[in-house]
Design a protein around this ligand. Sequence first.
Ligand SMILES: NC(=O)c1ccc[n+]([C@@H]2O[C@H](COP(=O)([O-])OP(=O)(O)OC[C@H]3O[C@@H](n4cnc5c(N)ncnc54)[C@H](OP(=O)(O)O)[C@@H]3O)[C@@H](O)[C@H]2O)c1
Length: 279
Amino acid sequence: MNYIRLNNGIKMPQLGFGVCRIQDLEKCEEVVLKAMRCGYRLFDTAAIYENEEAIGNAIQKSGIAREELFITSKLWVTNNSYEGAKAGFHESLKKLQLDYIDLYLIHRPLGDYYGAWRALTELYKEGKIRAIGVSNFFNDSLYDLIYNNEVQPAVNQIQCHPFMQRKPEVVLHQELNVQLEAWSPFAVGNYNIFHNEQLVKISKNHQKSVAQIILRWHIQRGLIVIPKTENFERMKENIDIFDFRLSDEEMKAIEKLDMGKNEDTAYRLESLKRVYAIE
Ligand SMILES: NC(=O)c1ccc[n+]([C@@H]2O[C@H](COP(=O)([O-])OP(=O)(O)OC[C@H]3O[C@@H](n4cnc5c(N)ncnc54)[C@H](OP(=O)(O)O)[C@@H]3O)[C@@H](O)[C@H]2O)c1
């Protein structure tokens, strides 16, 4: 496993395991235990995924030392305020059955996220969180948060995949010393990604699958990556990416797949309506 040193000095695995949309708690616990057996140590959940209990149960049953694991959770937007963040964090901690969370993120920059950041800063200073960060923050909200606060976000988790490569964001985050983490690294399987001609061609050069090529590309760009799968064979496949390297030419060929895809205004409005449950 590769590790990334975050801007506060702590080490985070570069490859982890996402559990979004695995809402059945028994199923989620079983999936996480299997992933642990495959060697995954970084797990990415969120209050809104409604499966933190399952991660907690899997941790208890795994027999893996707590310090070997790296657990991320996220504050949902309805708790984006100083008091809400304290309450939301303690609720997550209880469900995860932990004394501390390794990385705790503000899920989206909505509502009073400045108040939430103050609360996270206090929890971080108390040692209840090892690193604090954000998710889905883009240029203006990220700059603003950084320049108006003493404690800087260690991580920003945003959507990134071969068709939406976030090239300006990669440069910006390097400049700001904030680690980028890619969510939906496979574009959730959309755009026929696993059968893309260019990716298939590169996969044949290495006798690896397209999924492995995509993950290796994220890793070589310096991003942290958290693929999700419920399938045991794919779990093994997705972690088996540290015994080969993509050449500069292959990295450049993948770079050409960028369609600059981004959430458009209509999508963002729809998503806001869902967040606030507006009919
Ligand atoms: N911060 C945020 O706002 C945010 C938003 C979305 C997601 N996330 C995080 O990012 C994680 C990953 O994103 P995601 O779950 O949206 O999508 P993803 O990882 O891009 O894609 C998951 C899909 O790929 C399939 N898959 C996985 N490995 C495969 C392989 N080796 N070969 C073929 N298919 C494979 C999975 O199917 P099977 O399960 O059937 O294998 C699933 O349909 C989430 O679980 C969550 O932790 C964060």
